[in-house]
Design a protein around this ligand. Structure first.
Ligand SMILES: NC(=O)c1ccc[n+]([C@@H]2O[C@H](COP(=O)([O-])OP(=O)(O)OC[C@H]3O[C@@H](n4cnc5c(N)ncnc54)[C@H](O)[C@@H]3O)[C@@H](O)[C@H]2O)c1
Length: 381
C-alpha cells in the first residue's frame, strides 16, 4: 500500500545535512515506517554549496533563504542542521508556520532561548524531535533496556567522558565552516554545549534528572585567528570541562570533555554502577556493551562483552545478518525511523524540545558553576 508522503525541507548542507539526507534516502528501505519522506527542498545560505548538495543527494528543489522555505505550505517537516545561533530564529518561524520540527542538538545557545523555543513549539502543538543520535546506537539502547528492567537495581554511579583532539594546534582558526564551534557567538559554548550535551542527554535518559552540578572549565588557547582574516581574537568557549553531578535519585555522576585529548577523535563513553551489576560503553567499539552481573556464579563471574549485532538487539532486525555491524550513518537512520514511527502512532518521541531543554538547563548550570566556582542547583525544564 502506498504510504502517506511527508515533505521534508532541510536547512544546512554541512556535516549533519549529509547524515540526515542519507537517512531520508535509506530509512524506507530498511524500516517499515508509516510515512515516505520526500526530499522536497534543500536550503543553505551558500548557493553553490546548496546546488551541488541538492544534485548529489537528490533533493527536488534548492533554496537559499530558509524563510521562504518555511513559509511554503507544501513543507510538512523542517529539519534544522545549521549552527546553533540560528536554531532559535528558525524554530520560532517554524512554530508560527505550524511545521513539525527535527532539530539538531544542542537545542539552543542557552536555556533562555530554549525556553522561548519550547513555549512556541508547544503552543503550535506540532511534534518536535532533537537529534541526540547516540541514543540510537544499539548498545546504548540495550543499556537503557537493561536499566529499565531493573537488572542493575539502584544506581550509585554514572561516569561519562567525551574526548576529541582537533583543536590542540594554536593555528586552528575560529569561525567559518565547522570551526564556528570555536566561536562562542555562534556556538553558545564550547565542549559543554557541543559534546557534554550528548553525555547529559544519555545520563538523564538512563537514570533521570540531575539536581546539582559543580564544574570547572578551561580555555587552553586564549587567542585564535578569526577564519578568513589574520586578526587574533580572544577565544571565549570552554575548551575543556569536567563536572560532578548529584542526580535527583541519589546517584553520583562525573563527566569530562575536552578537545585536547591527543589521540582521541570522538571517544564517547559511559559506565553505570548499580547494586546488582554494571554497564560500560565506548563509542570507539560501538557494537559492544560491557555487562557485569553480580548474580553470576562466582567461578565464572566477570565482565562480559555483549556484541549487539544479533537480530534480538535494538534496531538490528532491520539491518544485516547477525555479526554484521552498523555505524555512524545507521544511528541517524535509526533515529529517523523512530521519529517517523512516532509521527504515525502519535506517541511522544524522546527527546523532544522539552527534553532537550532539560539538557540545555544542565549545560547552563555547568557553565555558571565553573564561572562562580560553586555548586549550582539545576532548574526544572
Ligand atoms: N548529533 C550530532 O552528533 C551532531 C554532530 C555534528 C553537528 N551537530 C549539530 O548540527 C548542527 C550543524 O552542524 P554541522 O556540523 O552540520 O555544521 P556545518 O558547519 O558542517 O554545516 C552548517 C551548514 O549550515 C549553513 N548555514 C549556516 N547558516 C545558515 C543560514 N542562516 N541559512 C542557511 N544555511 C546556513 C552553512 O552554510 C553550512 O553549510 C549544529 O547545531 C551542531 O551542533 C550534531
Amino acid at each position: 500500500m502506498a504510504k502517506k508522503k511527508l515533505n521534508i525541507g532541510l536547512i544546512g548542507c554541512g556535516f549533519m545535512g549529509k547524515a540526515h539526507s542519507n537517512a531520508y534516502l535509506k530509512v524506507g528501505k530498511f524500516f517499515d515506517v508509516p510515512f515516505e519522506p520526500v526530499m522536497k527542498v534543500i536550503c543553505d545560505s551558500n548557493a553553490e554549496k546548496a546546488k551541488c548538495f541538492g544534485d548529489n543527494w537528490g533533493w527536488q528543489e534548492v533554496e537559499t533563504d530558509w524563510r521562504k522555505m518555511v513559509a511554503r505550505k507544501d513543507i510538512d517537516v523542517v529539519d534544522i542542521c545549521t549552527p546553533n545561533n540560528t536554531h532559535r530564529e528558525i524554530s520560532l518561524a517554524c512554530a508560527a508556520a505550524g511545521k513539525i520540527m527535527a532539530m539538531e542538538k544542542p537545542l539552543a545557545m542557552d536555556a533562555g532561548e530554549g525556553r522561548e523555543m519550547v513555549t512556541a513549539a508547544e503552543k503550535a502543538g506540532k511534534p518536535t524531535m532533537v537529534w541526540f543520535n547516540y541514543r540510537r546506537v544499539p548498545a546504548a539502547s540495550l543499556a537503557k533496556q537493561i536499566i529499565d528492567e531493573g537488572k542493575l537495581g539502584r544506581i550509585f554511579h554514572y561516569r561519562a567522558k567525551y574526548l576529541q583532539d582537533y583543536t590542540i594546534s594554536p593555528d586552528v582558526p575560529q569561525g567559518g565552516d565547522a570551526l564556528w564551534r570555536l566561536d562562542a557567538k555562534v556556538a553558545g559554548s564550547g565542549v559543554t554545549g557541543d559534546l557534554l550535551a550528548h553525555s547529559i542527554d544519555m545520563a538523564t535518559w538512563f537514570i533521570g534528572p540531575m539536581a546539582r552540578v559543580c564544574a570547572m572549565t578551561e580555555t587552553f588557547i586564549k587567542e585564535r585567528v578569526m577564519a578568513g582574516g589574520d586578526k587574533k581574537m580572544p577565544v571565549t568557549i570552554d575548551d575543556a570541562c569536567a563536572f560532578l553531578a548529584r542526580f535527583e535519585n541519589g546517584a553520583l555522576g562525573t563527566f569530562e570533555s575536552t578537545r585536547y585529548a591527543c589521540g582521541r577523535k570522538n571517544q564517547n563513553t559511559f559506565e553505570v554502577n548499580g547494586e546488582y551489576g554494571s554497564l560500560a560503553f565506548d563509542l570507539e567499539t560501538a557494537h559492544e556493551l560491557e555487562y557485569f552481573n553480580h548474580a553470576d556464579p562466582i567461578s565464572v563471574r566477570g565482565w562480559r562483552t555483549i556484541q549487539t549485532w544479533d537480530s534480538k538487539h535494538p534496531y538490528m532486525k532491520n539491518w544485516w545478518v547477525p555479526g554484521c555491524g552498523i555505524g555512524y550513518e545507521h544511528w541517524h537512520i535509526n533515529a529517523l525511523a523512530d521519529f517517523l514511527e512516532s509521527l504515525g502512532s502519535g506517541k511522544k518521541l524522546c527527546p523532544d524540545f522539552r527534553d532537550a531543554l532539560g539538557t540545555q538547563i544542565v549545560c547552563d548550570a555547568v557553565l555558571e558553576s565553573a564561572k562562580k566556582e560553586k555548586w549550582i542547583a539545576v532548574a526544572k525544564p
